[in-house]
Ligand binder design. Structure first.
Ligand SMILES: C[S@@+](CC[C@H](N)C(=O)[O-])C[C@H]1O[C@@H](n2cnc3c(N)ncnc32)[C@H](O)[C@@H]1O
Length: 210
């Protein structure tokens, strides 16, 4: 997916991936990350997800990365806070209270810029990327977070009946992407409520730890 694809989606309000409430898998499984209050959680490709506000309310510090400045403008409006903006060249950092968002391409984000990360939460990020970007993304994510533990939500459906995003990611692919970096535990494998765009689908939740 090119950046333009996502900018157009946000400009047109075609954001069917945006959920109206915190993700149920996050709520059910965040405790498996065993994080103390104040821990720094990274959300790659974060959009304006309500998971951000929910994690902040649990006492965590949330760090996000998102291409769309429009999405992040809407996020801060909905959070009801005015962020401070820092220009970092290819990226901008918008921060307020216990949230900071890097606006730009996640591949331009470095470990130095991001700082210490206690855990990563990936919902609709890996699955938003076409297969030719996923290997690079998985390695980049592990690198910039210094192999922080990760809660990962994936979706599976018959890829021949529909194009992504979201792209179907099999358990085998999760192993191929991450076995060389993490120990993997599949925490859940559930039918996706209502399917995906009219097609049966399942969701999996993975815990990735060193
Ligand atoms: C499917 S949405 C998921 C958003 C969010 N995780 C959620 O659960 O609602 C994928 C998001 O990734 C953003 N995105 C796509 N490619 C990106 C990239 N290379 N760097 C940063 N953000 C990107 C898009 O603008 C979009 O908001």
């Amino acid at each position: 997916m090119k950046a333009d694809f996502w900018h157009k989606r946000w400009e047109a309000g075609q954001t069917g991936f945006h959920q109206r409430k915190p993700n149920a898998h996050l709520v059910d499984h965040v405790q498996t990350l065993n994080l103390p209050k104040g821990a720094r959680i990274f959300l790659p490709l974060c959009g304006k997800t309500h998971d951000i506000a929910w994690l902040m309310a649990q006492g965590y510090h949330v760090i996000g990365a998102e291409l769309s400045a429009l999405a992040i403008e809407q996020l801060f409006n909905e959070l009801g806070v005015t962020p401070d903006t820092t220009d970092l060249g290819k990226l901008k950092r918008l921060s307020a209270d216990s949230v900071e968002i890097y606006v730009g391409d996640v591949f331009d984000l470095t470990q130095d810029t991001l700082g210490h990360i206690d855990a990563t939460y990936d919902r609709a990020a890996l699955v938003a990327l076409p297969s030719n970007m996923r290997t690079q993304y998985a390695a980049h994510l592990a690198k910039i977070t210094n192999i922080a533990p990760q809660l990962l939500v994936t979706v599976q459906y018959d890829q021949s009946v529909m194009n992504g995003p979201p792209f179907a990611i099999t358990a085998d692919e999760v192993h191929t992407l991450y076995d060389n970096i993490y120990t993997l535990e599949r925490l859940a494998h559930d039918d996706a409520e209502g399917g995906l765009k009219g097609h049966p689908a399942t969701e999996e939740v993975w815990l990735l730890r060193q």
